[in-house]
Write a protein that binds this ligand. Structure first.
Ligand code: NDP
Length: 321
């Protein structure tokens, strides 16, 4: 497993990492979580992604419990949480915000659920137009000074918002944002490749990218409809069904599958490798609902080894229109 610096920081994260959205709490209990985490760690994964809002806090509880039962040493892994949506119902100041009160209380809740003294990475899960960026930057910097997190970053902030936060931190001598967590896959690439383009060199932005398979579509599993038990068949995920069964998208995925077959890898492995091949990406956060998927997805490293410029161009052409 290759390890890459998280942006300009000295922290090294595995090129492939493992996250818990949708899965932990709804598809995966603590026993299965232990097996999936073990499979990922055995492949060399050292970064595990979570968020306060995942399964209403259950995802953090399961990951914390699983890691405790596995007896992992704290220095052996990097773990994150993300704050914004809140899990305290409609309580004003506690949902859809990045105000100081929410952030300071939310991190304590996450640490309690994870059973940890600190997280390595904490993200502002979305931008909050109702809170001055300066207030959020002070709160995130104070969170780090208090030892509750080691690095902070953003998720799906615009390039302007990230730069504004960085400049405030620079001017005030505060802890700067180190990374963003944007979606990045063959179907969704503009933010990473175009919008953020100047941020990599200007402020040393690192990326922990999400949904390398666009929720599974890029594995080819939806080419013939929605399989039972898949994410798009889950109650509450009806919104995904039209996207994953889009015939135009699946026609492209079928072409990707033909290339994968030629290379002797699976379609999912090729799609994940394509994300990891971008040197701006510090780590590709994979997701899986079974140990078998974790093992298959970690095999993306074999595909990565074969992904030269010619192959990338061939793949890019399929998804260009
Ligand atoms: P993917 O796009 O890779 O989708 C993962 C899902 O696809 C799995 O849960 C599984 O669903 C299916 N799948 C995975 N591997 C295979 C395979 N080899 N063959 C067939 N199906 C497969 O990633 P996620 O959308 O899960 O995102 C990854 C992580 O990124 C999350 O866990 C989270 O940590 C982070 N994230 C962050 C966001 C943010 O706003 N910051 C937003 C979303 C995710 P199933 O088997 O149920 O069909």
């Amino acid at each position: 497993m290759p390890y890459r610096r998280l942006g300009n920081s000295g922290l090294k994260v595995s090129a492939l990492s493992f996250g818990s959205w949708v899965t932990f709490g709804d598809q995966i209990d603590t026993a299965l979580a232990k097996d999936c985490l073990t499979a990922a760690a055995e492949a060399g994964v050292n970064f595990f992604d979570n968020a306060e809002a995942y399964a209403g806090g259950k995802s953090e509880q399961i990951m914390g419990q699983a890691i405790a039962e596995l007896g992992w040493k704290r220095h052996s892994y990097v773990i994150s949480t993300k704050l914004f949506w809140g899990i305290n119902g409609d309580m004003i100041n506690m949902r859809n915000t990045l105000n100081r009160k929410y952030l300071m209380q939310a991190i304590d809740g996450s640490l309690e659920r994870l059973g940890l003294d600190f997280v390595d990475l904490v993200f502002c899960h979305r931008p909050d137009p109702d809170t001055p960026i300066e207030e959020t930057v002070w709160a995130m910097s104070d969170m780090i000074s208090a030892g509750k997190a080691l690095y902070w970053g953003t998720s799906e902030w615009s390039a302007d918002e990230i730069r504004a936060a960085w400049l405030i931190a620079d001017k005030r001598n505060l802890h700067k944002p180190v990374m963003d967590q944007p979606q990045y896959n063959l179907l969704h690439r503009d933010r990473v490749e175009e919008e953020y383009a100047r941020l990599y060199d200007d402020i040393g932005l690192g990326l922990t990218t999400w949904s390398p398979l666009a929720s599974g579509v890029l594995s080819g599993k939806y080419v013939h409809g929605v399989p039972e038990g898949s994410r798009a068949a889950l109650p509450g995920y009806e919104w995904l069904r039209d996207q994953v069964t889009d015939p135009e998208v699946n026609a492209k995925v079928s072409k990707l599958a033909a290339i994968a077959e030629r290379l002797g890898v699976t379609t999912a492995q090729l799609a994940i490798a394509w994300c990891a091949a971008n040197p701006r990406v510090s780590t590709v956060i994979t997701g899986a609902s079974s140990v078998q998927q974790v093992e298959e997805n970690m095999g993306a490293l074999d595909a990565l080894a074969q992904l030269d410029d010619g192959l990338r161009a061939e793949i890019d052409e399929i998804f260009a229109s």
